[in-house]
Ligand binder design. Sequence first.
Ligand SMILES: [Zn+2]
Length: 208
Amino acid sequence: MQEKLIFYYSAMKGGKTTRILQKLHDLEENGQNVLVIKPQVDTKGSDMIINRQKESRKVDILLKPDDTLLSEQYIKKIWYAHHILVDEAQFLEEKQIEELWEINKNINIPITCFGLKSNFQGELFAGSAKLIALADEIVELDSNSLCPCGAPAKFNARMVNDCFTMEGSEIEIDGANQDITYVPLCGKCYFDKIYSKKKMKKHAKKEE
Ligand SMILES: [Zn+2]
């Protein structure tokens, strides 16, 4: 049987980490040797995966942006794995997603990736775009994440000092900088509160 590469995504604060820990628990209870990978860029929890209920698991590979999964350093660990789980997969490099695909298709290890689809500017993360291109299944998680209007959240809006912004670098880890917070929003609220304002600004500039 050909095992699958699966990408589960949700907005922030959608209970993603709890789902990973649950999946991990289920697999290990079935005697599976699970290899857990997280990008080092996600400094939250350092080498641990921690949900808001403070349940946690140490990761097996904390992957740096220039690391290759097919290197000698990691390949033995990968070889012995029955299943690979990836947390915060949006932060992986495109090359690393390709390596996961190669591991999945060549060594036939099932790989389950969890992550965000789009960044605070409403654009796909490079890692997520590559996953959407290559994964056998792309699944939106039933989200616990609600927009302030009550609709399910799809977007991750960034606030700096309590104001929504479209400016700044793509990666600002939640909680690392006290001035920056994230608010999950539905499509309509994201459009109204952020996107339409950015467009208006552009038009205003043209008319100057
Ligand atoms: Zn809304």
